[in-house]
Design a protein around this ligand. Structure first.
Ligand SMILES: [Zn+2]
Length: 312
């Protein structure tokens, strides 16, 4: 609501009777309790401690934004900001629909379905999806510990959602669609990392995997020789357990295997079927989406909104 309309309402409150005021207060309390997004944003405001532009700690309250959020002004760089500046939610409209939108993410609804349900247009449904997926995508694991499982997944390359096709569209059924390699790695503590690669080479696999490995961990992979080279190139101590298909071994010493990861991949791939092909440019977001839901299913409430408070 704009500030002029709000001021009019505030002024008219003065004319209400005691009973009417009580009724209004009751209604407002009910509304406040229901507004999970509003609550989350208000809590977020409590945690502001510095200007997001220059990190200065001296700033003033500076009116309210068009959406009714507290605005601040930095005394040093003189820029204004709100609690959402720099986050995925910055300047995102219709906050009254955010919560319902995140419910649609939990339900993995199609864009068309969401657009109908929330009465927003398809473009908005698409933009919000990727705004909300940005932060989970940034928060994949950067370090894996203990027993680590790594493997590649491959999905057909797709230009869905891209503005321009870089080449002539392929005729249906003709030729092989190139596959996009994805490195997935997890540890048994529940941390998962994923990297969409351009090419399935030892160099690219190594560049994605090496930073994740911590000293004295055990890396489990299939027989792919690339992993052997990668481990050899490391200057930290890693025990490498290779599950070589020819040996027909699925588990070594009772605990070393890549089945936790392969099961995760299977669940992710079957979840992906509903989207009928995902543009390669957005693939990383879709892994993050699924991973985030698996990791957060116990603490569902408002976590998409809280996650979106991180700087992106
Ligand atoms: Zn500043």
């Amino acid at each position: 609501m704009d500030s002029i309309t709000f001021k009019t309402i505030q002024d008219s409150i003065k004319n209400l009777s005691y009973v009417q005021l009580k009724r209004l207060k009751h209604q407002a309390d009910e509304q406040l309790a229901k507004d999970e997004v509003g609550q989350a944003v208000a809590e977020r405001e409590e945690t502001i401690s510095a200007c997001p532009h220059c990190q200065s700690e001296s700033y003033l309250r500076w009116g309210v934004t068009n959406q009714g959020k507290q605005r601040y002004r930095c005394k040093d760089c003189r820029k204004t900001f709100s609690s959402l500046t720099g986050t995925a939610l910055y300047r995102m409209r219709k906050p009254e629909k955010w919560m319902e939108y995140t419910n649609c993410l939990w339900l993995s609804n199609s864009l068309r379905n969401i657009a109908n349900k929330l009465n927003i247009n398809l473009k908005t449904a698409f933009e919000w999806r990727h705004r909300l997926l940005k932060s989970p995508c940034n928060h994949k694991a950067t370090e894996l510990l203990g027993i680590i499982e790594a493997d590649e997944a491959f999905l057909p390359q797709s230009f869905k959602g891209s503005r321009q096709m870089p080449r002539e569209p392929r005729k249906r059924g003709g030729g092989n669609t190139p596959k996009v390699p994805i490195l997935l790695a997890l540890d048994r503590g529940g941390s998962i990392s994923h990297h969409v690669l351009e090419r399935n080479t030892t160099d690219e696999l190594g560049a994605a995997l090496k930073p994740l490995l911590s000293p004295d961990s055990v890396l489990c992979t299939d027989g792919n020789l690339s992993y052997k080279t990668i481990v050899k190139e490391l200057n930290i101590n890693i025990d490498h357990k290779r599950l070589v298909a020819l040996d027909n071994k699925r588990v070594i010493e009772g605990i070393y295997h890549i089945q936790t990861l392969n099961n995760f991949m299977m669940r992710w791939k079957s979840w992906m079927v509903r989207f009928k092909g995902v543009g390669t440019a957005y693939l990383e977001h879709y892994i993050a989406w699924f991973r985030f839901m698996e990791q957060k299913k116990a603490t569902k409430t408002c976590c998409w909104i809280q996650e979106a408070f991180y700087k992106v």
